[in-house]
Design a protein around this ligand. Structure first.
Ligand code: PLP
Length: 343
């Protein structure tokens, strides 16, 4: 294990000790399989209340699986998903939506990872033409893959636009906790405009658990069947659910997200005046996007782990996690400063 912290991804972090404790508590005796257990009942009920969801909550193993299940509840075979060109489900899921759902993505270029009505509108011109795929779902990520967050006003505008156009709204919430922490709002506030959302546990301190939250009871009937077909029905479901119980206790999920976000802000503040370093996105969640001289990047890569997001643009992504400390960040800032000065 490298004692120097990784700034590659929040997936490099371990699991929170409270999640491990919750798992140990669930690890007692027999329990009915496939989700008919007290832990799943408790975690689902708590999340349903927190989101104000009338439909239901379905635990799956990965964020990719959550996106597949969530979108499969909203799409018919001739319908498409509008998403930003930076969307994880477009760029980083190996074509899972295309392969598993047979779904088509209509991607939209967006500088900050966010969709707006005017960015979506051009994808709607072919609706009604039987030769063309029919746009039906708008998929956004909250927080976005660029570390930005939709404000509640932006969500409201998007939600009203979608309803007006007969579009459904899906939210990839792999980092929904980070958005809630940044905006100072509830999960229900973030869900108010959505039809289906995912709520990520993994990046927030779980070992590996994500929830698919179905807002409307009319859309929930197919969910258990589709989850099973999509190989995501855990036989020992209590171990997925217990992870969420650990995160929900005393709002640990929110504390974890606040810590990750605060460390990203500290990092951004510590490097914004380093010669040659330019911050490229608003730092609202737990990631910092910056451009640096290529030689500077190379020197830093010898010492620290981080993600070269776009080599051609010399753009790096520096990501913090729930367990990143001030000392970790300060050491990394020193590293960035030193490698800049000795160029
Ligand atoms: C925004 C977003 N959505 C979904 C995922 C998918 O998660 P997983 O790798 O667990 O499939 C990720 C993972 O990095 C992500 O960043």
């Amino acid at each position: 294990v490298d004692s120097r912290r990784s700034f590659v991804s929040d997936n490099h972090a371990g699991a929170h000790e409270s999640v491990i404790r919750a798992l140990a508590q669930a690890n007692t005796g027999d329990a009915t399989s496939y989700g008919d257990d007290a832990w799943t009942e408790g975690a689902s009920a708590a999340l349903q209340t927190a989101f104000g969801a009338r439909g239901g909550v379905f635990f799956v193993f990965t964020g990719t699986a959550a996106n597949i299940l969530g979108l499969s509840l909203l799409l018919r075979p001739y319908e498409a998903v509008i998403c930003p060109d930076s969307a994880h489900l477009h760029v980083d899921e190996c074509g899972a939506i295309e392969r598993v759902l047979g779904g088509k993505l209509l991607t939209v270029a967006t500088p900050d990872g966010k969709l707006t009505p005017s960015l979506i509108a051009p994808s709607l011109v072919d609706r009604g033409d039987q030769h063309r795929i029919q746009a039906r779902v708008v998929a956004i990520s909250q927080a976005t893959e660029r570390g930005t967050c939709y404000t509640l006003d932006e969500l409201k505008v998007l939600g009203e636009f979608c309803r007006g156009e007969g579009l459904l709204l899906y939210v990839d919430g792999a980092r929904l906790a980070n958005a809630a922490a940044h905006l100072g709002c509830t999960l229900a506030d973030l869900a108010a405009q959505a039809d289906v959302l995912s709520f990520g546990g993994t990046k927030n301190g779980a070992i590996g658990a994500e929830a698919v939250v179905v807002m409307d009871e009319d859309r929930v009937t197919a969910a258990p069947f589709l989850r099973k077909q999509q190989t995501q029905l855990a036989s020992k479901m209590r171990y997925l659910s217990a992870q969420f119980l650990g995160l929900l206790e005393d709002d640990l999920w929110l504390h974890n997200a606040r810590q990750a976000n605060a460390m990203a802000r500290r990092l951004a503040d510590g490097i914004r005046d380093v010669p040659g370093v330019e911050l490229r996105q608003a730092v609202e969640a737990n990631m910092v996007f910056a451009t640096m001289h290529p030689a500077h990047i190379a020197r830093l890569q010898d010492l620290w782990r981080f993600y070269l997001w776009d080599p051609a643009a010399h753009l790096v992504r520096l990501m913090t996690a729930f367990d990143t400390t001030e000392a970790d960040v300060d050491a990394f800032i020193d590293g960035i400063r030193l490698t800049a000065e000795h160029g």
